[in-house]
Design a protein around this ligand. Structure first.
Ligand code: G6P
Ligand code: MG
Length: 210
């Protein structure tokens, strides 16, 4: 029986993809590293540091840990500036309606995001008080495809993983949901995943599972 829905944030609740892309592109251009939207897809759901390592696959020089720290900061500072422009208008279609219906049906709702900016984003889009639980990049050592962030969210909700649905736009996130023994709903880019239990074009289709 479904008792909770755990939502990924970036690409499910709000579209920050392009902002992540612009910020990584800014850093990559400074370092003269090739970076394009195809590589950007590989960064969905993946932590900041692991994303940087993926981008540095194209670099011609080796970077020390301290240099990597600096590059990650350059990206994040730029990204945080871009986040300041986010508003409730950036909430993806049907999301507000779906959240409201789930709450009315007594289903718990949570965020399970690899991002350390999750609370900042939720504040900007004015959804911070909507969720029963927020598990984010600050809570975990291992980001998706590790199941950690979803297991932490379920634990805080007091719900058995088997009774949770995860909604994800990232292939890595679908794998994380299955490793957490949860029902995995794929939207957007995650529909490429062979592991998804359901693939939906619109998020409101998830209400058919409740
Ligand atoms: C989300 C995004 C990733 C991003 C990660 C870390 O999962 O899909 O693209 O790298 O969060 O984000 P952060 O805001 O902590 O840099
Ligand atoms: Mg995502």
């Amino acid at each position: 029986m479904i008792k909770a829905v755990i939502f990924d944030l970036d690409g499910v609740i709000v579209s920050t993809d392009d902002l992540h892309y612009k910020a990584w592109k800014h850093m990559a251009d400074l370092e003269k590293i090739d970076f394009d939207k195809k590589i950007n897809h590989r960064l969905r759901g993946v932590s900041r540091r692991e994303s940087l390592n993926i981008i540095l696959e194209k670099a011609t020089k080796k970077y020390s840990d301290q240099e990597k720290e600096e590059l990650a900061s350059i990206k994040n500072n730029y990204y945080v500036e871009l986040l300041n422009k986010l508003s409730p208008k950036d909430i993806l279609p049907n999301v507000n309606e779906v959240l409201r219906i789930l709450k009315d049906k007594g289903i718990k709702i949570a965020i399970g995001s690899s991002s350390k900016n999750a609370k900042n984003i939720l504040n900007h889009i004015k959804l911070i008080d909507m969720f029963d639980v927020i598990a984010d990049g600050h809570d975990i050592k291992h980001s998706k495809p590790a199941p950690d962030v979803f297991l932490i969210a379920a634990k805080r909700l007091g719900v058995d993983p088997k009774d949770c649905i995860v909604v994800e736009d990232a292939v890595a996130g679908i794998e994380a949901a299955k490793r957490a023994d949860m029902i995995a709903v794929a939207v957007s880019d995650a529909k490429k995943s062979d592991l998804a239990d359901y693939k939906f074009d619109h998020i409101n289709a998830l209400l058919s599972l409740i």
